[in-house]
Design a binder for this molecule. Structure first.
Ligand code: NAD
Length: 417
């Protein structure tokens, strides 16, 4: 069986799906590995290292023509989709639930699409395949470094002959995988850290890292299913923003990581709260994306400074900024899933298996994922939210489910494209 690794299509994406160490491990199981020339360059993996690990270095066209399985980190571009052929398996973080049109296209092309971002994360055997967690860990760590670099003062308490520097006050909003890593990293840098989440079960996680859990009285517990948060309703969201504003004004650095599956990121920091922050304060908004962010005014991939001197970093793509670590971890995740799907030297799918049923989106010319299969056969299937948490809660005006954006990706302004 031939497995191809392609250079990533997204602009600025530096990660690669397999690193040489993973190539060697897959080769040892009898798989043939084809690597597109230059695929690892963004993460400092030269072609020669892949060749030494047993891969064949080929052109993109050769890789696409010969591969039984194509491995990617992110989504394929149009050219790649058009070059895929019936029977091929495409494996990557394809985010197909928010792009049913692409799912339909892959189904029509006869491609078996397996979406690593849909791994049922609570299954113990899926943990080594959990790329969402591995990449969130990296993002949480890097967010703190980005914040520290933007912040014009020290994170730790420093007592020197030239004076004493007080430690930075850092607040982390959202205490999931990324948030907890951010809390730990900021603590290791010596900051005074607090953390907040709508899921009360995170309280002990935050405390165990030596940070203070920020209690809000205006918003009750908002745990959803599958370990995720539920979306807040309009009143809850308003109350949360208002109560948070008082705490935000006292912080030097805020790192936001809040997400609700299938929704645009919840807005936690209002423009009024930012206006009350001290000059020199820093916000790193990890939710910043084309779907909107956790902080008002954050711009994905860009840094803006407000009139009152608050730096807002729109940091939606942090894992790609640590391509060495991110690729190595991702390679372990995707290799584990690939080997799970391979029996006797070929991909052998069994959709009665809950892990496989969670990740296989298209097969035999059809969209088979339960969250999308209703749309199968329609010429222009409507986007749907992930099955578990998002479909449980009604959409709200300000943070609608992605399903509210027929025909395309939801945008911050509520329109679609
Ligand atoms: P996520 O990226 O979906 O969200 C990040 C955090 O934002 C979550 O903690 C969420 O509660 C929080 N959040 C959402 N809306 C908020 C709001 N309005 N205000 C404040 N915070 C808000 O979550 P994640 O980090 O991918 O994972 C969340 C949880 O999933 C984990 O903490 C864990 O319980 C579970 N999980 C389990 C496993 C496993 O069982 N192996 C693996 C990974 C994750």
């Amino acid at each position: 069986m031939k497995v191809a690794v392609l250079q990533e299509a997204a602009p600025g994406e530096r990660r690669v799906a397999l690193v040489p160490e993973a190539v060697a491990k897959l080769r040892a199981t009898g798989l043939e590995i084809l690597v597109e020339a230059g695929a690892g360059a963004g993460s400092w993996q030269p072609d020669s290292s892949y060749a030494e690990a047993g891969a064949q270095i080929v052109s993109r066209a050769e890789a696409l023509a010969a591969a039984d399985v194509v491995l990617m980190v992110g989504r394929p571009d149009e050219l790649t989709v058009n070059a895929l052929r019936p029977g091929q398996v495409l494996l990557g973080m394809l985010a197909l639930l928010t792009d049913p049109a692409l799912a339909g296209q892959l189904a029509q092309a006869g491609v078996t699409a397996v979406s690593l971002d849909l791994i049922p994360r609570t299954l113990p055997r899926a943990q080594q395949m959990d790329a969402l967690s591995s990449q969130a860990n990296i993002a949480g760590y890097k967010a703190v470094l980005v914040a520290a670099a933007e912040y014009g003062r020290f994170f730790p308490l420093l007592i020197t002959a030239a004076g004493t520097a007080r430690p930075a006050r850092v607040l982390v909003l959202g205490a999931g995988v990324a948030g907890l890593q951010a809390i730990g990293t900021a603590r290791r840098l010596g900051a005074v850290v607090s953390g907040y989440d709508v899921r009360p079960e995170t309280r002990s996680d935050v405390a165990s890292l030596g940070a203070t859990f920020l209690e809000l009285t205006a918003v009750g517990p908002a745990s959803g299913t599958g370990g995720y948060a539920r979306a807040l309703n309009d009143e809850e969201r308003q109350a949360q923003q208002e109560e948070l504003a008082g705490h935000i004004a006292q912080q030097d650095v805020i790192i936001t990581t809040a997400q609700v599956p299938g929704r645009r990121p919840p807005k936690l920091i209002s423009a009024a709260a930012i206006a009350a922050m001290a000059p020199g304060s820093v916000i790193v908004d990890m939710g910043a994306s084309a779907l909107g962010g956790n902080a008002a005014g954050s711009v994905p991939g860009d840094t803006v400074v407000t009139d009152n001197g608050v730096t807002i970093v729109g940091a939606g793509a942090l894992p790609s900024s640590m391509p060495g670590a991110a690729s190595a971890m991702y390679a372990r995740n995707i290799s584990a899933l690939l080997l799970y799907l391979v029996k006797d030297g070929a991909v052998a799918l069994d959709l009665t298996d809950d892990l496989q049923a969670g990740v296989v989106v298209t097969r035999d010319g059809k969209v088979v994922h339960p969250a999308l299969s209703d749309a199968a056969g329609k010429t222009d299937p409507a986007p749907v939210s992930p099955p578990e948490p998002a479909s449980t809660y009604p959409a709200s005006a300000a943070e609608p489910a992605l399903a509210d954006s027929p025909g395309g990706t939801a945008r911050v302004d509520g329109t679609s494209h």
